[in-house]
Ligand binder design. Sequence first.
Ligand SMILES: Cc1cc2nc3c(=O)[nH]c(=O)nc-3n(C[C@H](O)[C@H](O)[C@H](O)COP(=O)(O)OP(=O)(O)OC[C@H]3O[C@@H](n4cnc5c(N)ncnc54)[C@H](O)[C@@H]3O)c2cc1C
Length: 410
Amino acid sequence: MIVSETEVVIVGGGAAGIAAARRLTDAGVDCLIVEARDRLGGRAWTAEVGGHPVDLGCGWLHSADRNPWCGIAQAQGRGIDRTPPPWTRPAISIGFSPDEQAAFRAAMNDFYQRVDELADAEPDRAATACLDPNNRWNGLIGAVGSYVTGADIDCVSVRDLARYEDSGVNYRVAAGYGTVIAAHAAEVRVALNCPVRRIDHSGRRVSVETSEGTISAASVIVTLPSTVLAEERVLFTPKLLDKTDAALGLPLGLADKLFLSLDGAEEFDADSRLFGHLDRRETATYHMRPFGRPLIEVYFGGSFAHELEAGGEAAFVEFALSELTGLLGSDFARRVKPVGLHAWGTDPFARGSYSSALPGKAESRAVLAAPVDGRLFFAGEACSRHDFSTAHGAYLTGIAAAEQVIKARK
Ligand SMILES: Cc1cc2nc3c(=O)[nH]c(=O)nc-3n(C[C@H](O)[C@H](O)[C@H](O)COP(=O)(O)OP(=O)(O)OC[C@H]3O[C@@H](n4cnc5c(N)ncnc54)[C@H](O)[C@@H]3O)c2cc1C
C-alpha cells in the first residue's frame, strides 16, 4: 500500500474519479485514487486493436459543444475529428432502401415525441409505452434503443429517457477517448491493482479497506458503477441501504463492440453504416471504416448482447458474419477477421456499459448522488440527472463531488 493515510480517497479511477482527483490535486488537496484494475479509465479504454488505437468503451464525445473533455483533449494536443456520426446520415442502402430508412426515421421520431409527451405522466412507465403497437419498425426501434441505453426498452423509464440532454454535436479523437481521459490523471496520485472491499464510516475518520491494506481518510468520493454498488461488491459499514436501493434502480445496460479487420476496405465509404436485420431487436449495426481505418465496428446492445456474452467471442463473430454474409454475399466472410472485443457485462469492475433507470426509478439518480454525513460523496455517470450514461456526465459529477469536498473543508 502506498499510503495509510490521506485527506480524500477516491474509489475508482474512471472518468468521474479522474475528474474529481484532478480538481482536488489542482486545489492542493491531498488525495489518492484507489483503482481495482491495472489501468485508469474504467469504461473509457483505448486499446491497440488491429494496429489502431480503438475505443472499446466510450468513443463519441457527445454534446461536444459543451463537453469538457473536448477542451481537455485539445489542451493535450490531440486532434479533434468532427466527421458527423453515421447515425446522423443515411445508412448504406444494401438491404435498407432510402424509402425504408425515411420510414424508420419517421417512426423513431414519433417514438421520441411520445417519450417527451409521457415524460411527466403518472405513473412513470416503461418506454415500450411510447411504441405504436402496429408499427412495422418496432423491432428496429428496440434494437437502436438498446444501443442508446444499453437496455431493452421494456426496462427503461420514460421519464429518465426524456431527461437525457444531447446537443446533437458529436466529435471523436483519433488517439482515443480513453487515452484522453487516462492522460488527464497525470500528476494525480493513484494506487492501481487495489480493489476496495469495505468503506467503514462508523468512526471519526473513514477507513477504506483494500486488497493492499487500509487507508484512513477524512472523506471519500465513491465513483463505482451502479451495478457494482447494487451487488454490494464494496460493503459500507454502517450499511447504506438507500444507496443500494438507488443503485438497484439504475442498472447498467449492456453495449459491446466487436472489431473486425476488413480486406478491400475502400469498397465502402469511410464512417458509413450498415444495418443487419430490420425487423427484430436481435440484430447489430456495422460502422464501416471508422476514421477511414480498414475495420468494422459492430455494435450490440441489451439482452441480446448478454446472450452473446454467454457464448463468448465466437458467438459475436458468428452472428456478425451471418448478418454480413446475408447482406454482402458468402465471400465476404473471407475478407474479415475478429481483432477485438471486450465483454463489459462479465467485466467484474463494470458489470455493464451505461446506466438507465428502471420504470419508476428516475429519481434514484439524485438519491445516489446525495452526500452522506458531509464526508461520503458520490459521483459517476449514474449520478447525473441529464448527462447520465456518458463520459462527460461522469466528468461533471466528479467535479461536483470534488467541489462538495472543498466546500466541506472550509
Ligand atoms: C461499449 C461502450 C460504449 C460507450 N460509448 C460511449 C460514448 O460513445 N460516449 C460516451 O460519452 N460514453 C460512452 N460510454 C459510457 C462511458 O464509457 C461511461 O459512462 C463512463 O466512462 C463512466 O465513467 P465513470 O467514472 O462513471 O465509471 P467507470 O469508468 O466505470 O469508473 C469506475 C471505476 O471504478 C473501478 N472499480 C470497480 N470496482 C472497484 C473496487 N472494488 N475498488 C476500486 N475500484 C473499483 C472500475 O475499475 C472503474 O475504473 C460507453 C461505454 C461502453 C462500455
